[in-house]
Every structure is written in C-alpha cells, then in structure tokens.
Design a protein around this ligand. Structure first.
Ligand code: SF4
Ligand code: SF4
Length: 63
C-alpha cells in the first residue's frame, strides 16, 4: 500500500519531499511523485506526513 500525489493538483512546492520519513517523494517534471516501493503510508501514522504538510487538500491520497 502507498500514497500517491495527484499531479494535476500538485503545485510543486516541495514541502512534502522533506517531510517523508522514507525519502519516497521526488521531483518529476513540474510536480512531485511518490515511489510506491518506498512509501510505507507512514507506518499507520495519521495523518500521514505528506498529506499533513501539503497546502493543497486532496493532493496526497491513498493509491
Ligand atoms: S505516506 Fe508517508 S511514507 Fe508515504 S510518501 Fe507520504 S510521507 Fe512518505
Ligand atoms: S506538498 Fe503538495 S503541492 Fe507541495 S509538492 Fe508535495 S504534493 Fe505537491
């Protein structure tokens, strides 16, 4: 299981990249993407870090 970033909502602000405990988030073009092989869904923490820091609601969602 992993989270994903809705590319059409992502502004590319990069806030989530540094909050991910697993370095699963990286830049791709003008937006950011989550590597599903590295995302652990923050090991059950709620809210997950990427969703918590993202200024655009509904951008970091469960894949
Ligand atoms: S849910 Fe957690 S582990 Fe997965 S990408 Fe977001 S911050 Fe990283
Ligand atoms: S915090 Fe949200 S808007 Fe900013 S780069 Fe990450 S997904 Fe995109």
């Amino acid at each position: 299981m992993a989270y994903k970033i809705i590319a059409s909502s992502c502004t590319g602000c990069s806030l989530c990249e540094f909050e991910c405990p697993n370095a699963a988030i990286s830049m791709k073009g003008d937006t950011f993407v989550i590597n599903p092989k590295k995302c652990t869904e923050c090991d059950g923490e709620s809210p997950v870090k990427c969703d918590e820091v993202c200024p655009v609601p509904g951008t970091c969602v469960k894949a």
